[in-house]
Design a protein around this ligand. Structure first.
Ligand SMILES: [Zn+2]
Length: 413
């Protein structure tokens, strides 16, 4: 068998390390938050590299960057490949940057080999994937995919009151192109897994079949404050004691839907917050997730039933409120794009497993308007959103090679 042609792993690693110098932190991570001066420098470098590779760079009104390589058939919609160059405040070198720079490396490799594709290719850098400076996350791919309108996107504010629109202008990336509204042939995003599964199982590639759904709730238990010493245990309307039971219910529901079910209570506010007063009110949040929509509904039903039982057990004593404030349905990626990734791993003899993304990604929104799939590579100890985040040069190379062959297959299909 002829050896498959592959990307230049050293060049990819060099690009990753050079990009990581922009916004480098003392602990070896990256602080390149969206629309800061560091983000501008990262974008400028990316643009220079793209132009050196003969790509035509355009910017849309959300600052999304598209670096186009012509296809033999320019009437075909482009195959997009990329991710995001913005980071968390104490982020790593690989989250997002790997997907963008591997996409650039794919193009550099095609140039080296003199290979044309039928469909044009577009290397993409999405603005503000992280959502840390301007919530929510993935807002610009969201505008592209019609999840949010342009006004909403441009008016997102940071803590200092600056809007995305103002900051895009300030750094020179308020582009002219309309956001979205054009056909996309397919989209492939390579990303570090940000979880421990691939490393633990010794697999080199994750073939991502979709993104899990998430539901957010705000909950409140209302009881009554009373003296911690003089009020007998019987007859207290202790909101925290009731909430503790509800927390057990929540975790039990996640475990009942193992291994994919997730439940997290990340905020708990106890009022009045005095050590010698029985809490009269407790507010908490729930984040519940699962890759299957019917199962998500079953978990929601179980949660409400469990709370009703708590209410019954506390008849007359306490009041319970649960409100769903956000629902993102599970997303299934495109079977043909998934298969292109699967075939690429076989061709390259890379061990792989199919999996669902636990985190949100631009690809999850883009799946609404284009055939989409993702490729995961392992990262050390599953650590991400952390300055210690690390993916080995071999893992980065593996992922870029799968990206290369999946994109080639799609662009020539
Ligand atoms: Zn990311």
């Amino acid at each position: 068998m002829m050896a498959e042609f592959t990307i230049n792993g050293e060049r990819l690693w060099q690009s990753l390390m050079t990009m990581a110098e922009i916004g480098a932190t003392a602990k070896g991570g990256v602080n390149r938050q969206t629309l800061t001066d560091e983000d501008r420098r990262g974008r400028d470098l990316f643009r220079t590299w793209c132009e050196e590779a003969g790509l035509q760079v355009s910017v849309d009104r959300m600052g999304n960057m598209f670096a186009r390589r012509r296809g033999r058939d320019e009437s075909r919609p482009p195959v997009m490949l990329g991710s995001h160059l913005d980071s968390q405040p104490t982020g790593g070198k690989f989250d997002g940057a790997l997907g963008v720079l591997a996409a650039l490396e794919v193009v550099r490799t095609l140039n080296d080999q003199g290979i044309e594709t039928e469909a044009p290719l577009e290397v993409v850098n999405w603005t503000n994937e992280e959502g840390v400076r301007f919530p929510p996350a993935m807002v610009s791919s969201g505008v592209f995919a019609g999840v949010f309108d342009l006004e909403y996107g441009l008016s997102r504010k940071d803590r200092a009151g600056k809007t995305m629109g103002e900051e895009l202008k300030r750094i020179g990336y308020a582009g002219e192109r309309p956001v979205g509204g054009r056909p996309v042939g397919a989209l492939f995003e390579l990303h570090i897994e940000q979880g421990p599964i691939l490393e633990a199982e010794g697999e080199r590639i994750g073939i991502v079949t979709g993104g899990q759904g998430a539901r957010w709730y705000d909950c409140e238990v209302i009881g009554a404050e009373t003296h911690a010493g003089s009020a007998p245990m019987e007859g207290r309307r202790d909101a925290l004691r009731a909430a503790a039971g509800m927390l057990e219910d929540i975790y039990a529901i996640a475990h009942a839907h193992a291994p994919a079910g997730r439940a997290t209570v990340g905020e708990l506010h106890v009022h009045p917050g005095s050590r010698n007063t029985v809490p009269g009110r407790v507010a908490f949040t729930i984040d519940m997730r699962h890759p299957d929509g019917d199962t998500m509904d079953a978990m929601d039903h179980a949660l409400r039933q469990a709370f009703e039982r708590r209410r019954g057990a506390n008849a007359g004593g306490l009041d319970f409120h649960v409100q769903e404030i956000w629902y993102a349905p599970p997303v299934a990626f495109d079977p043909d794009c998934i298969d292109a990734v699967r075939q690429a791993t076989r061709r390259l003899s890379l061990s792989a497993r199919e999996m669902v993304s636990g985190a949100g990604h631009d690809a999850v929104y883009m799946a609404r308007v284009a055939p989409t799939a993702m490729i995961f590579v392992p990262c050390k100890d599953g650590v991400s959103h952390n300055e210690a985040e690390y993916a080995s040069p071999e893992a980065c190379t593996d992922g870029a090679n799968v990206l290369l062959h999946a994109v080639l297959a799609r662009a020539n299909a």
